[in-house]
Design a protein. Structure first.
Length: 231
């Protein structure tokens, strides 16, 4: 079985939770690098087929080699492309975009929205694991019409990571600064006593104390959080 880091296990768990009918979905891993997620999804029977996309040839080759070595060449395809360019989405697809900067993720999603009809987009699940700019990603998602289904956190080798599961509904909403910076789903989990999220928020609070000096959105989020935590 493909061993995953704790961060990738969290991403994989989001894929598992998105799978309504194991074995039926097509899973697309954008920026697949070593192809670990794609291999694991096939090994565990979550996906009927996988597509890996990579902007660079060397990681695309790594993904292809991993899939071939694991015996999945017949149910996998690897493309050297930018994001989802040239990969028309289908209803039921699960798209993973992990380990990338938030602005890169937004760029990939914006182009996917332009290239695919609303009907298809409404029936696709996106698993997003931004390495940074979470507040910008969450604001983009809510303003564009995505809905947050879930968000998970983990601490992998002393670094915190988060991973969102979102679907496009075409209903545009606005987040408060607190929701954008901490995550609407994570705020709910915190309120219900989730220990992992509490640790994550403690870490974020420390980070935001520094970042608030140059970022008014973070400053306002931190003030809202402190106010709400004291209620
Ligand atoms: C840090 S690695 C993360 C790999 C894996 N997704 C993970 O979470 O461990 C980011 C990968 O995304 C690829 N990448 C970056 N921008 C991309 C884009 N626009 N389209 C496709 N791949 C991209 C990079 O080449 C790199 O292999």
């Amino acid at each position: 079985m493909q061993i995953l880091t704790e961060r990738l296990e969290m991403v994989f768990e989001q894929v598992r939770n998105a799978c309504k009918e194991p074995g039926a979905a097509r899973i697309i891993d954008v920026g697949s690098d070593h192809g670990y997620i794609a291999v694991r999804c096939l090994e565990e029977g979550l996906a009927g087929s996988v597509i890996c996309t990579e902007i660079h040839k060397a990681p695309a080759q790594r993904s292809e080699d991993a899939l071939t070595e694991a015996g999945f060449e017949d149910c996998s395809e690897v493309f050297v492309t930018d994001g989802l360019k040239g990969v028309p989405l289908q209803s039921g697809d699960i798209i993973v975009i992990a380990g990338m900067g938030g602005l890169n993720i937004i760029d990939i999603l914006s182009r996917a929205l332009k290239d695919n009809g609303f009907h298809v987009m409404e029936n696709v699940t996106f698993i997003l694991q931004p390495q940074k700019s979470n507040e910008i990603v969450r604001n983009y998602l809510s303003k564009t019409g995505f809905v947050f289904e879930d968000e998970k956190v983990c601490c992998d080798r002393e670094i915190f990571y988060n991973c969102m599961r979102v679907v496009f509904k075409g209903i545009c909403t606005t987040l408060t600064d607190e929701e954008a910076c901490y995550g609407p789903v994570l705020l709910k989990k915190f309120s219900s006593g989730d220990k992992e999220v509490a640790d994550y928020f403690k870490h974020l609070n420390g980070l935001f104390e520094i970042r608030q000096r140059s970022n008014p959105v973070i400053k306002s989020a931190l003030e809202e959080r402190k106010h709400n935590e004291s209620q």
